[in-house]
Each structure stands twice: as structure tokens, then as C-alpha cells.
Design a protein around this ligand. Sequence first.
Ligand code: SF4
Length: 318
Amino acid sequence: MSLLEIQNLSKTYPGAEGKPVQAVSDVSLSVEPGEVVGIVGESGCGKSTLGRSLLRLIQPSGGRILFEGKDITDLSRHQLKTFRRDMQIVFQDPFGSLNPRHTVGTIISEPLKVHGIGTREKQKARVDELLSIVGLPEDAASRYPHKFSGGQRQRIAIARALALEPKLLVADEAVSALDVSIQSQIINLIADLQKRLSLAILFISHDLSVIRHVSDRIAVMYLGRIVEIGPAEEIMNAPKHPYTQALISAIPRPNVPRAERVVLKGELPDPSDPPTGCAFHARCPKVMEICKTKRPELIKRATGGGQRETACHLYEAA
Ligand code: SF4
């Protein structure tokens, strides 16, 4: 049984002039215990909406979410409380996600208090333990968030997310707001914690060079849909979908001249007015006539690796 199984999930928002905005369309995905699944795509592709929908921080418009086999799609707030212990999130903004009026100790122990776990002494001991796990000094507990750098604040947010010993952590652009040098420290910390605690992680980022370091599998999203998914090594070494190829090509590599890189032209289409056929067709260097009218399904390809799925007409006959 998968730890998390998302079946045909969709999320639609009411848009301007009554046009619905389809942020997530028909996404199916599973996460196994202890597995790290990277979700990558440009800003606005629906990856954060997907992450928040599966945690029920926003209510999906359609589809099902199963956690350890139990359908949590329509559980009430009260019923969800038990599951919240097992599913935690770290947000992008380490400055906005911590209450500036609370000490770090209060912030990290809050989930324990909400769930009525442990005595005061035990909660304090757990805070000390969590601070040590994320590499912060014990005296951090008595200080306020503004005394810490961006990277240290993200460590505090991670400590809070780990307080209840979750089985699944959603890291939503968790390093995007940090300096590049600090990014690698936090990525290494998350990778280390994943191994030590056997955490399953859904690692959401617009940056494939970040995702590749931590993921067992990678799902590439474009305009609300998964267009390619498979083992991280296969996706990085032999991408099939032209959009994945362009994302990989954009990662600066010293031995590849800039002129040889695939440059993505144009911008992500308006989700309230999606293109017909393949949503990527106006930007795709390999576009064919069929791409303009028929949307390719995400299916297993004989040309791909064991678990590779790609939504592209190029592989239709393969
Ligand atoms: Fe390009 Fe066509 Fe494949 Fe879409 S279906 S990615 S337009 S080749």
C-alpha cells in the first residue's frame, strides 16, 4: 500500500469574467513510505496547488486523496486532525511562516501542544532534541525569529514540521527564497533527515537542479498536468518530453556551450484559456500537426524505463 495516493486530482478556481482557472487537472501520483518525489515545473504550473490540495490546506475540486489507504478527500477539519500529525509542510518563505511574537521554543512546541502530546518538560526536551536535529544551538529556543538568518529560520520551520514525527513532508519551494550557498545546506539537511527518519517527501521546486539532488522519482508538471514522471536518474539522463528536455537544458553546465542549449520560448499559457491539444505546443521545438488538436495522454512508453510515463505524441507509435 502506498503512503499517499492521489487519484485524478483537480483544482479549479473561479477566474476573471467567470472563466474557471484550472490550476490542477487530473493528476494521479503515489508516494511510497520513505520515498522522495520531486515535483518540478515553471511558476504557475500548479505544483504548489497540488501540494496544498493533497494536504487538504485547500479543498480539491475533484479526485481522491488516499493516505495509508484511507480516503481523506472529504474529511471534516476535526476528522483531519489525526492525519495532520502524519503530513506536514515547510513553506517557501522562512520570514512569513514563523510568528515574530513567539520564541522559537514556543513555535516548535506548538504542534505538540495542539495535539496534547507530552508534559511541559517532555515538550521542552523534544524542542531541544529537534533543535539539535536541525543543527541549531539549544539556546535558540529562548530567542525570537528575527534574530536568525533566512537559512536558520528555515531550519526552525523544519524542526516545527518534524515535531510530530510525520510520515510525509511536503517541502513547497522550501529553499527558493534562500541564497544559493544556504540552499545547499538546507537541501543537505533535508536529505540527511529523510535518511535518518525514513521520511517520505514531496519536494516541490521550479528548479530542476535542486530537485535532482534529493529525489528518487521526478514528476514534471506543465499547466496543471504531469507531462512526464519516472525515476530521477532516467529523467535527468534521458528526458523524453520536450518540456523536460528544455528544463534540463537550462541547467548551466560548464562543458555545454550556451548555444547548444534548448531555449524555452514564450511563457506558460493562461490557465483560464488553455491551448487546444498539447498545452505545450506553442513552445515546443518538435511540434507536429496532431499536437495542436489532440491532447496526449500520460501513458507508459515502451521507449522509456521501467516506470517512465510521458504525455507526448512523439512516442505514440513507440
Ligand atoms: Fe511537443 Fe507535440 Fe509532444 Fe506536445 S505532444 S510535447 S507539442 S511533440
